[in-house]
Design a protein around this ligand. Structure first.
Ligand code: PHE
Length: 530
């Protein structure tokens, strides 16, 4: 169709030199000229395509035309109400007159109501007794004819007065329309060649490129918006926090194990086996597989002993040890499970398990607290480690709690570290995050002593809010790993969601994660700089 219309335009131009008014064209497959609005839209498509190849030029003329309302279209198809009333009635004297009720049954109540009055006025019908009959033997349904005229030409030859009358009857409405005057263009020809859009090897070898016509570049065309990937706000904040750790000389821990055993998540951290956090209300346990492989035997035995009977100066919990409890598989409730595994690895050299222990390094590490005195190398090397990863808790979900979230965790292991080192470190770290006002409150963790909750002053909320938890890991945890007594480890953790929500002014965590997240909001979320 599109090509046929283009051909029609070219042939008409070839014959007459100009197309004054595109409403006079008769489109292929039609018998009437294309005066309607829709036809002009189709013609415009053909004109644009030809003019982009400079085969024609055209100018646009604005018009006001008319189109049928749905009632108007129905009349164009079925006739006016009055004509339908007339058609339904018997000729006077030739059949039984119809009662108004019978008429309504034939033509519907709407047509019967509106049509009767007009039919009487036109003297098409009359009364006979209580019934209705035709009085005119033939009629001319002018309303239907007018509808058909408006439908095909957008106007009435009869003029504006008639149009206004039809508008009042809500059979037609005015619509802005357009038509076109077309001239030959600089590349006019009656044959439509499909212009080339690419230069191919074949065109080069055959030489056809010399005579081919090319589609013009459209420098005005806007490219498609590309759907690039976007970092989720949590990932942007994670990147900033990771950078702070890296610039403070921390190394990232591997934390890809979402599934841990009770041993690494709790026992290694000296969390008693009866601790409420280990109950199913707080922890998700796996059913298949339900138990872990055995942990390293010697370490396992030291851990179980310190729980049950004590040691390293501790009385222990003096409660019976359960191997089953230790072997249960679960979704880790904190990344401290990974920290424990990393610290145990770090202590390998102290346990004499790493051959590098005999390396020819100076006995006292520069970071160590040996006051210049050369000591036997016990294998210990200080470490600063961090992780930012996902943890799982069997929580009731609400605006600020989800069953999975992210923890940011840092641990520092060195000789002679004190609580002051931990506090000093946190002041530096939070300052880098833009938080300067900190307070510390004594708290309890089974694996740290002393433990501190960290509070920051929230300038918008104008109150102190808890931002994290920290402490010095207990000897009951470090010594079974094999660390020498003078090696102290401090650690602390914050959530990733809390600072992200504050940064982005989000107060419902479910707008950040879960099925209600608006992808567009993720794509448009600004970068974060601390
Ligand atoms: N694991 C603690 C928590 O889940 C955070 C923490 C890490 C505390 C290290 C002390 C030391 O809140």
């Amino acid at each position: 169709m599109a090509e046929a219309i283009q051909q029609l335009v070219l042939d008409t131009l070839d014959k007459s030199g100009i197309i004054q008014d595109t409403r006079t064209l008769t489109l292929p497959g039609y018998t009437e000229p294309a005066a309607s609005h829709d036809a002009q839209i189709i013609i415009l498509g053909a004109l644009n395509s030809l003019s982009s190849r400079e085969m024609i030029t055209y100018t646009t003329q604005e018009t006001l035309s008319h189109v049928l309302t749905s009632e108007g279209s129905q009349i164009a198809l079925q006739g006016s109400h009055e004509a339908r009333v007339w058609a339904a009635l018997p000729v006077k004297g030739e059949g039984a007159p119809l009662t108004p009720k019978q008429l309504e049954e034939r033509v519907g109540s709407e047509a019967a109501k509106v049509g009767q009055g007009r039919a009487f006025k036109n003297k098409w019908i009359g009364k006979e007794g209580a019934g209705l009959v035709k009085t005119a033997t033939s009629i001319e349904d002018t309303t239907q004819l007018e509808m058909r005229e408006v439908d095909s030409s957008g106007t009435l030859k009869a003029g504006e007065k008639e149009l206004a009358e039809l508008r009042k009857r809500k059979l037609i409405v005015q619509r802005k329309g357009q038509w076109f005057t077309v001239h030959k263009g600089s590349a006019f020809s009656t044959s439509i060649e499909k212009p080339e859009t690419d230069l191919t090897t074949e065109m080069l070898t055959t030489g056809s490129w010399k005579t081919a016509t090319y589609k013009k570049y459209n420098f005005e065309a806007e490219g498609l918006q590309s759907n690039g990937g976007a970092l989720h706000p949590l990932l942007k904040v994670r990147e900033e926090i990771r950078n702070i750790f890296l610039e403070m000389g921390f190394a990232e821990m591997p934390t890809s194990c979402f599934v841990e055993s009770g041993f690494w998540c709790f026992d290694a951290l000296f969390v008693p086996q009866q601790h409420p956090a280990r109950e199913v209300q707080d922890t998700f346990y796996l059913s298949d597989p339900a138990t872990s492989l055995p942990p390293p035997a010697a370490y396992y035995s030291r851990v179980s002993k310190v729980h049950e009977h004590g040691g390293y100066g501790s009385t222990g919990y003096r409660a019976p040890w359960s191997d089953a409890e230790s072997r249960k598989l679960l979704l880790r409730t904190h990344t401290t499970a990974s920290s424990a595994a990393m610290l145990w690895k770090l202590a390998a050299r102290c346990r004499g398990e790493d051959e590098d222990t005999s390396a020819d390094e100076p006995a006292a590490h520069p970071g160590g607290a040996t006051h210049g005195e050369r000591k036997r190398d016990d294998g210990f090397r200080p470490a600063k480690l961090f992780s930012i990863d996902r943890v799982f808790r069997n929580e009731t979900m609400d605006a600020t709690h989800l069953a999975e979230f992210h923890q940011v965790e840092g641990v520092v292991a060195d000789r002679g570290l004190t609580l002051a080192d931990l506090i000093g470190f946190m002041r530096v770290f939070f300052k880098k995050m833009g938080i300067e006002n900190l307070r510390f409150k004594p708290a309890y963790n089974p694996y740290t002593e002393p433990s501190l909750e960290i509070f920051a002053f929230h300038p918008q909320l104008r109150k102190w809010v808890e931002v994290g938890n920290s402490g010095m890991f207990r000897p009951e945890m470090l010594e079974p790993m094999g660390f020498p007594k003078d090696v102290h480890v401090h650690g602390w953790g914050i959530s990733l969601e809390r600072p992200t929500m504050i940064r982005y002014g989000i107060n419902n965590i479910r707008t950040l994660v879960g099925h209600k997240v608006a992808i567009e909001a993720v794509e448009k979320s600004p970068a974060v700089r601390f």
